[in-house]
Design a protein around this ligand. Structure first.
Ligand SMILES: *[C@@H]1O[C@H](CO)[C@@H](O)[C@H](O)[C@H]1NC(C)=O
Ligand SMILES: *[C@@H]1O[C@H](CO)[C@@H](O)[C@H](O)[C@H]1NC(C)=O
Length: 427
């Protein structure tokens, strides 16, 4: 690193000394320099708490691997006792060739990654080792983390999609990276970013608490496999607002261990819609509660508001509200499926189920492209209960006949809604 920097930058001798001691981050914060040109400005920047990738040896030419530079800038920022910003400068493309781990805990109560330019993944799948094919950029155990900046995180996923077993059935099913992962983070803000063409899931929030996600644009082709927009699991107190998500899989997937999640002002489609589950696979326990999906639009998605659980599981999915939704050309606008099965052979009937209760669907209007506007396919042994359908107005696209609803084992009440028949109300 020292030699690269010395070639690139005109540096005052004392600065060269700091680099050779390998203590740039810590030293820069406590030393006042008046070195010339870039040396001086990067030093001043580090003093003000900004750790630019360009000061840590990044090229930003889209072809050299800048992952080591990002890791160094992160390390320095994370060791800073003052609020620190790792800056990805605008107007350039920084290649991060495979998994980049950005671990905490950090010294300061606040660390920010500001992406103004583009972080781009290697298009070459061989750059990932079999040891960890599931991740690209991973933050772990960082408190007070903000990721923002208006720039782009580009998973360059085309090669992964082509080689997915969902696209080419002859190939074995293998894992592909999630573009942006947050593990064990608290007080997390992710704001004002474009995440595009992820290899698989675009953003995953796991084991986090106190999370605000806002102003994201997430885009991948509708045909790209498994490219969920935002995936949330084992996390509490999460808000997602003002996002635009167009992908090939779930817009937002809400998995086991999510409690107190509020999603609002999100526009989805194409993709698979908003999904809670699948829960309870392989007889597992699931716990999901306190989910509000409010003011969401879905356009051309395969599902709208969906809860899906396998037979044979246990636990619960409860206190869930889907409200103020607009659906355009959605295949299955409202669906609870306690008999979900995506195996090649039919899943056998089982006695137990994840309990689905206190679910409200309210103020939902728009169009469906199949007759199934509302489908409540609940468990025979553990029927879903406390289901409220209120003010639902779903019509067949283009006026092609009446929309329908089907219900099995569902205890639901209608509150001021005229349902497409033939579901009969039970409590
Ligand atoms: C660096 O400069 C700041 C502000 O100009 C000053 O408060 C601080 O004492 C200086 N530190 C050193 C080590 O000279
Ligand atoms: C789901 O979460 C619950 C509660 O945290 C846990 O007991 C269970 O093992 C989890 N299930 C799976 C499949 O991870």
């Amino acid at each position: 690193m020292a030699s690269i920097r010395l070639q690139l930058v005109f540096l005052a001798p004392f600065l060269a000394l700091l680099f050779s001691s390998g203590a740039l981050g810590a030293a820069a914060e406590t030393t006042n320099g008046t070195a010339g040109a870039m040396g001086g400005s990067s030093l001043a920047a580090a003093q003000s708490g900004v750790f630019s990738l360009d000061s840590y040896g990044a090229r930003g030419d889209g072809s050299h691997d800048d992952a080591p530079a990002l890791a160094r800038a992160w390390k320095a920022a994370c060791a800073s006792p003052l609020p620190a910003v790792v800056l990805v400068p605008g107007g350039k493309r920084y290649l991060l060739s495979n998994v980049v781990k950005l671990p905490g805990p950090c010294k300061s109560a606040s660390v920010t990654l500001t992406v103004q330019g583009t972080l781009v993944a290697s298009p070459n799948r061989a750059d990932w080792s079999d040891r960890d094919r599931r991740h690209w950029v991973v933050f772990r155990a960082v408190d007070g983390l903000t990721v923002n900046g208006g720039g782009v995180i580009d998973g360059n996923g085309e090669a992964w999609w082509k080689n997915s077993c969902k696209i080419n059935k002859a190939l074995p099913c293998k894992e592909a990276p999630t573009a942006l992962s947050f593990h064990y983070c608290s007080s997390l803000r992710v704001q004002d970013l474009k995440i595009v063409n992820s290899q698989q899931i675009h953003m995953s929030i796991e084991d986090c608490s106190n999370v605000q996600v806002a102003g994201l644009s997430i885009t991948a082709p509708g045909t790209s496999p498994n490219t969920d927009g935002i995936h949330i699991t084992r996390s509490n107190d999460v808000q997602v607002t003002n996002c635009n998500i167009k992908t090939g899989d779930d817009c937002i997937s809400i998995e086991n261990g999510t409690h107190n999640l509020h999603v609002s002002k999100v526009v989805c489609g194409p993709g698979h819609g908003i999904s809670i589950g699948s829960l309870g696979d392989d007889g597992s326990r699931a716990e999901v509660s306190g989910i509000t999906i409010d003011s969401v639009q879905l356009h051309g998605t395969s599902n709208g508001a969906r809860i899906k659980t396998y037979q044979g599981g246990s636990g619960y999915a409860r206190d869930i509200t889907f409200q103020n939704m607009i659906m355009g050309s959605v295949k299955n606008p409202i669906i609870i499926d306690q008999n979900y099965c995506d195996n090649a052979k039919p899943c056998r009937e089982q006695g137990s189920a994840v309990e689905v209760s206190n679910v409200v669907f309210r103020n939902i209007r728009g169009t469906t492209i199949t007759k199934d506007a509302i489908k409540l396919s609940c468990s025979k042994n553990a029927p879903c209960h406390g289901i409220t359908l209120q003010n639902i107005d779903l019509k067949m696209e283009g006026g092609n006949g009446a929309a329908e609803s089907t219900c099995q084992n569902a205890r639901w009440k209608k509150a001021g809604t005229v349902l497409p028949q033939p579901c009969t109300s039970q409590n």
